[in-house]
Design a protein around this ligand. Structure first.
Ligand code: CTP
Length: 401
């Protein structure tokens, strides 16, 4: 259990705001200091006086309060905390956060902070399921915002479904986890992600369909366990995670150079779908049809195998090197062979044959191949695969060498 931390608690305007008063008490019982911030809508549900009495501190309500600004400006308020918690996080507050609004005290504090943010969403089930909220939620998670809940159950409005704010003990647990250092604290992990683009001429390139979703989820899971993450990514279609050391590259050769540049590392996870070849005779001007009807002949040369290169480093090899293998048949045999050939420690192998729906989908079914053998994981969401992998990496790095 952590104690003595500073929590800035933003209370949004939802019926669950009454639970946030109890949250203040429970956090104070654990020795934390809680500074409440009430949105104008929250004041329709709980009073500033009750929040202030329970916190035994001043409550902040207004961005343009001259006394507050003179005593402690809003920028300082957002920094003078170990963690920002938004409970209840209403659909409106989430939309403001996802879009970077800063037009009242709560949204300005959330934009100005350099600390982690945990939200406890709370809203009607239809609002929770609305495509706008789904989009906002995805964006917030991509920005590194931590979430707890919502839960499924009966709602104050009489409907049933997801949208109930998490219960106070669950929020307290999530706060404790967010405040703890995590097993990968002080560890540096490199993650490669996305496709690479290999130019043919200044406007054309050869690419593949990798979205970067699995690599991004892995980086987020490693960050959540406290790792410092260098994220080397090709031109992916999903946004890179917030909070990483971001290295954006285009070609396989640039990816190799960027990986070498961020060494040394404790572990490296090679989730990128790296092109095997590049075009040697790429033109420096746009290629034109010459009227003969003949297509240009492209010549290819092999790209560096980054996974193999890093696995076989004589000096400065990360303690744990993890690769991926996409196979369509004899998955374990092919992936075990790849592990031996490349010299990495683990391979996460997946069956991408037609009908599995894995390529480009939101789920993954992998087998972890290590020196100890093959371990089949159940079919899981990509975020859950990432979490399991991050936990396994944390366990492996904590073993005595
Ligand atoms: N990899 C790499 N650099 C390359 C090629 C691949 O780092 N130039 C890494 C990938 O990030 C992945 C693993 O190696 O971790 C995949 O190896 P690869 O030999 O490309 O396997 P497949 O993509 O499964 O293809 P194939 O077996 O057909 O070669």
């Amino acid at each position: 259990m952590t104690t003595g931390k500073r929590i800035l608690l933003i209370i949004g305007g939802g019926i669950a705001a009454f639970k946030s008063l109890d949250l203040i008490r429970r956090l104070r019982e654990r020795g934390h200091r809680v500074t409440p911030v009430l949105t104008p809508a929250a004041e329709q549900f709980v009073t500033p006086l009750s929040a202030s009495a329970l916190a035994a501190r001043k409550v902040y309500r207004d961005l343009f309060d001259l006394t507050d600004e003179a005593e402690m400006g809003h920028i300082e308020l957002s920094r003078d905390a170990d963690l920002l918690v938004v409970a209840p996080a209403t659909a409106d507050l989430m939309a403001k956060m996802a879009n970077g609004h800063a037009n009242d005290l709560a949204s300005t504090l959330l934009m100005a902070t350099d600390k982690r943010v945990l939200i406890a969403p709370s809203m009607n089930v239809r609002m929770w399921e609305h495509p706008a909220t789904r989009r906002n939620m995805e964006r917030l998670q991509g920005d590194g915002v931590l979430t707890v809940g919502p839960n499924e159950g009966p709602m104050a409005c009489g409907e049933y479904g997801f949208g109930r704010m998490a219960e106070v003990p669950e929020i307290v647990d999530a706060i404790e986890t967010a405040l703890s250092d995590g097993p990968l604290k002080g560890r540096h992990v490199i993650v490669t992600s996305g496709p690479t683009h290999e130019p043919i001429d200044p406007v054309r390139y050869i690419a593949n369909r990798s979205s970067g979703a699995q690599g991004t989820a892995i980086a987020q899971a490693l960050l959540a366990l406290g790792a410092r993450v260098s994220f080397v990514t090709g031109p992916a279609s999903v946004a890179p995670p917030h909070g990483v050391d971001l290295r954006q590259v285009e070609t396989a050769r640039e990816m190799r150079d960027a990986v070498r540049d961020v060494l040394p590392a404790d572990a490296a996870v090679f989730a990128a779908a790296v092109a095997d070849w590049h075009v040697v005779n790429a033109a420096d001007r746009k290629m034109k049809k010459d009227g003969s009807g003949r297509a240009p002949a492209l010549e290819f040369a092999e790209n560096p195998d980054i996974l193999a290169e890093i696995s076989q480093l004589e000096t400065g090899r990360p303690e744990l090197v993890v690769g991926f293998a996409a196979e369509t048949n004899d998955v374990v045999a092919h992936a075990s062979d790849k592990r031996a050939r490349k010299g990495c420690d683990w391979i996460l192998a997946n069956d991408v044959s037609e009908g599995t729906g894995i390529m480009g989908g939101s789920e993954n079914e992998v087998t972890l191949i290590s020196g100890a053998g093959a371990e089949a994981w159940p079919r899981l969401g990509k975020a859950e695969v990432a979490q399991r992998l991050a936990e396994r990496i944390a366990a492996a790095l904590s073993e005595p060498r």
